[in-house]
Design a protein around this ligand. Sequence first.
Ligand code: NAD
Length: 479
Amino acid sequence: MADFRANGVMNHIAGESVPAASGSVFETVSPVDLSVLAQVAKGGAEDIDRATAAAKEAFPLWSKTPGAERRKILIRVAEAIEARAEEIAFTECMDTGQALRFMSKAAIRGAANFRFFADQAPYAEDGAVTRTPTQMNTTSRRPIGPVGVITPWNTPFMLSTWKIAPALASGCTVVHKPAEFSPMTAKLLVEIAESAGLPKGVLNVVNGMGEDAGKRLTEHPDIKAIAFVGESRTGSLIMAQGAATLKRVHFELGGKNPVIVFEDADIDRAVDAATFMIYSLNGERCTSSSRLLVQDTIYEEVTQRVAEVAQRIKVGHPLDPETVVGPLIHPEHEAKVLSYFDTAQAEGATIATGGTKLGSDGCYVAPTLFTQARNDMAIAQEEIFGPVLTAIPFRDEDEALRIANDVPYGLAAYLWTRDLDRAMRMTDSLDAGMMWVNSENIRHLPTPFGGTKASGIGRDGGDWSFDFYMETVNVSFPR
Ligand code: NAD
């Protein structure tokens, strides 16, 4: 395994590892113990301009490389990810604090993302022929051009493959700006991809701050589209920044996702799934079930059982295979999560379990459950993005629906009931881009992924990803 403490993290432009043009660096610290993991090149506008020039230069060749050939290269990338999955997972654990049990799977899922989109590359340009008595129309797609990919710090390796693989499969070239809190694995990805045969300049990485490197990427006239995953307010900024160059945008943003448990539900399964969806991945997960809506007849029983599960969860070093909850990403984020413990009390909610920092070295926070909450409280409206669950009782279907939809977000919803008619009624009216009935979040890559309201614009997965990274063109001939 590479010694991730020994080497600085450079930018990667046109196939070369390069420092920032200004020579500036920033430190990335491990949330495990706040030790410095690496000095990272602090890219700015000049680095983005160079990376964009490299992506622009590589575009004619890559976009004209036959889809079947792109497929072969991207399958080799998937194989190379699999071969280095352990190294990726270890690095991710130390950089982000996420537990190894989840990061091992996330690294493999990164390979699966490459395989899935690679297999569609040969058909990405396909369209349709339509005819009138006088004209024949051929409709097809072509890659839009060099694109920018801006990613957040939660599960950064897997998430970046989810955006980068379809861009490359479409024939686009990429400038990737990873999150400043988790820069380690983006560099690994580009190295792996090039060692597997991805031509130089097709994938470029510029590290740096959002308001500097990220901003320039969204404003650059040669960048044709921005795929962004992050906070809703950053999405608004990016939309404004990209307006002058009419940037195509795709946003995967925040969530405050309800898990709704009716009295006729399989309570064992519902408790299992609700706790898994908030306490796995440190709760730093856009689709986490952060609001637990429980029918009032079973509210006491369910919240008590959730509290018991939360108390049993192993919080610890991310490399310990037993650990479920590791340290939160960064002291700044930890402070934000801890502040909600005061907010909850000030708002009159009860901290049924957790509500404390653990230890003094790293960013460890106890799995937490708030009860006696109302949906108008900040703890029910705002994305906390930690292992923190807010439980709210409801009387009936109408009230469950009203509470579920009464947030700015609309990413995911989880529903637990044995009544199929009710499930149909509820899923018909829930404001969410993705819903799971009697199930935790299980992803199937051909299905659309994305949110409504402040949770996003556009969908990933299946052919939706290709549609974003490609232009649809129509050519009409007389006949
Ligand atoms: P963030 O918005 O703070 O940062 C995300 C990225 O945007 C970083 O790379 C950052 O440097 C960059 N950035 C910041 N300001 C910018 C600007 N003005 N211009 C261009 N780039 C800029 O998000 P975060 O705190 O890193 O990540 C957590 C958020 O991501 C949560 O809200 C979470 O719900 C969301 N998320 C959503 C999904 C989804 O699929 N819907 C998935 C994962 C995470």
